[in-house]
Design a binder for this molecule. Structure first.
Ligand code: AGP
Length: 594
């Protein structure tokens, strides 16, 4: 979803600082961008705000033509209302060009607001709902102070929104949020506002995550916090980011996705130690609950499915799971004894936030495994747990998924009263993962890529804990290489999908050395008999495999090395096809709209 970055301070290259900030937000997905600044030296003394907007990616673009400025902001837009055009890109200006605004979210009543504004001679340039906001502020400014005008305009919006406004004659940025995330960064004689904390890391680790209905007035030396509804001043509780700059930078890697895949073995070991106390806490909460429901979207949903197998096999404990976007349609059974465990990397996925809101209305308690400190999910949860994977910038989730699985394995063992056994298993699993992120293994994968890169469809099958592995493997392949891939419960093949297997169709088969081994091989033979090209991911080779990708047997944790193989396969397929694995088309890192 859209990225926001604002600066106010003493440095006179505000435009450059802002553009660098937007580049650190590119991973969120966007299709146009723009920067607005208030010129420091204004020869005409006409206080006009200067804006540069472009469609497409920032790439090597610069903002050299923008004047020196110490205040401004920028935006990367992921189109919702209105097509991908320069006019629809943010920032938007009012009729006088002395007010600029950037916006995330959807102003659901923009139509009626726009009609009223047009009738009072406001001139609109874009097709966006966002532009309504800047003209509404302009209208209020005729009678009110700038802060009051922003507050009154914001309170007229229906829907979930976040915005930043600036005025040519006022040395301050005003930001308000209700839904889309915003975070303030505190510098020395300068301050920042961004849509996520990773963009602030090169400047500061002291941050404040805005809550819904927070309004901040940010000058170079001061940040004032108000409740936008009541206008009452609020105390700011700063937080210190635990991340360091390098963790959010590319380093020597060609893509964030590859870097994040390579970080996984180390991350698993970290969690095997640092995750013990939270695993015990979460296990205790689950034990007390009368019914536990794991919810997540996309990759996070597959972690929920994996949890149902892990808790059953390891702790003999029943948990339910649901896809976040579906949960609100079938959660009427929830009671005040129910526990909902939301899994989310960003903590801002609207489908999850809506689900937990509905669950809370029925009295359920909310736990969460989330990667972003201060995110909405983190703050809305009764029992928030950080997965501690560090900033994940590749749109295709990798290390956050493996981190969730690691925490879930540890929690399942804690529920069984054997958390140290879980910790040992994770340490062994980390070694299994290390064998995969090696040049030798990558060569094996690159050879396979040459064999399957032109496939139109790829099928992935598994049973038991390998069933969610097959779903996740298929998602990785399809969302970045754009080859259609389908993950299946192996037993479902003969109930229909087998009809699609033709000569040469690549069929990836997970065959861990557990009770599913024989049945998975049977599935492989069914596909082989129809001409399928069988790719076996297993601790053991087998003659039914046309191509064998070995993984170490780590029991219930075998899903981790198994999925890591698929992550790398998807990555190298994507590179071979000439696409960008970090920024797949049509997708965003955090889906903050329904
Ligand atoms: C994962 O590769 C996808 N990019 C997507 O399915 C993602 O997992 C999903 O949107 C949920 O995001 P979250 O973990 O931030 O809630």
């Amino acid at each position: 979803m859209c990225g926001i970055f604002g600066y106010i301070g003493k440095k006179e290259n505000a435009a450059e600082i802002i553009l660098e900030g937007l580049k650190r937000l590119e991973y969120r997905g966007y299709d146009s961008w723009g920067v607005a600044v208030v010129p420091t030296e204004d020869p005409n003394k006409n206080n006009k705000i200067v804006v540069k907007k472009r469609i497409g990616k920032i790439g090597d673009a610069n903002v050299d033509e923008l004047p020196t400025a110490t205040i401004g902001f920028g935006h990367t837009r992921w189109a919702t209302h209105g097509g991908v055009t320069q006019k629809n890109a943010h920032p938007h200006l009012d009729c006088t060009k002395t007010i600029a605004l950037i916006h995330n979210g959807i102003i659901e009543n923009y139509d009626s607001l726009k009609k009223d504004l047009v009738s009072t001679s406001h001139r609109f340039i874009s097709e966006t709902d966002s532009e309504v906001a800047v003209h509404l502020i302009e209208e209020y400014l005729k009678k009110e102070a700038f802060e009051k005008s922003v507050q009154k305009a914001f309170l007229e919006f229906h829907g979930l929104n976040a915005l930043i406004a600036l005025h040519a004659r006022e040395k301050k940025l005003i930001a308000v949020r209700n839904g889309s995330p915003l975070v303030v960064g505190f510098g020395n004689g300068e301050n920042y506002i961004a849509s996520d904390a990773a963009a602030l890391l090169p400047h500061t680790k002291d941050v404040y995550f805005l809550e819904d209905n927070d309004m901040v007035v940010v000058s170079d030396t001061d940040v004032e916090l108000y409740n936008v509804v009541t206008g009452k001043k609020k105390r700011i509780t700063k937080q210190k980011l635990a991340w360091d700059v390098s963790s959010s930078e590319l380093g020597a890697y060609p893509h964030f996705m590859l870097k994040e895949i390579h970080e996984q073995p180390g991350l698993i070991v970290d969690i095997s130690i640092s995750g013990i106390s939270s695993a015990k806490k979460l296990a205790g909460i689950i034990k007390k609950a009368y019914g536990t429901y794991f919810v997540g979207c996309g990759t996070a949903a597959y972690a929920c499915i994996a949890a149902s197998y892990l808790f059953s096999k390891i702790a003999k404990h029943h948990i339910n799971w649901a896809v976040g976007s579906e949960f609100s349609y079938h959660l009427d059974f929830l009671t005040n004894k129910s526990l909902v465990v939301a899994l989310s990397q960003s903590g801002e996925t609207m489908d999850i936030l809506e689900s937990i809101k509905a669950a809370k209305q029925r009295g359920a308690r909310i736990a969460s495994l989330v990667n972003v400190l201060g995110s909405t999910l983190y703050r809305e949860s009764d029992y928030p747990f950080l997965i501690g994977a560090g900033p994940e910038k590749g749109v295709a989730s990798t290390k956050a998924f493996i981190a969730k699985l690691s925490h879930l394995i540890l929690t399942a063992y804690a529920l069984k009263g054997a958390v140290s056994k879980g910790s040992l298993l994770l340490k062994k699993t980390s070694k299994a993962g290390k064998q995969i992120v090696t040049n030798e293994y990558v060569l094996k994968l690159k050879k396979l890529v040459q064999r399957i890169k032109n496939a139109s469809d790829i099928y992935v099958i598994g049973r038991g804990i390998s069933y969610p592995a097959s779903l996740e493997a298929a998602l990785k392949i399809k969302e970045i290489s754009y080859i259609h891939a389908e993950g299946l419960a192996a037993g479902e093949l003969k109930h229909g999908p087998l009809a699609l297997v033709e000569k040469g169709t690549p069929c990836i088969v997970y065959a861990p050395l557990d009770e599913t081994f024989g049945a998975n091989l049977a599935g492989a033979m069914e596909m082989r008999a129809r001409g399928g090209y069988i790719i076996g991911i297993s601790p053991k080779p087998h003659e039914v495999f046309d191509y064998y990708l070995p993984i170490e047997d780590v029991g219930e944790a075998s899903i981790i090395p198994g999925v890591m193989v698929a992550q790398l396969l998807a990555y190298y397929l994507t590179i071979e096809k000439g696409y960008d694995p970090d920024k797949p088309r049509n997708l965003a890192k955090s889906v903050t709209v329904k």
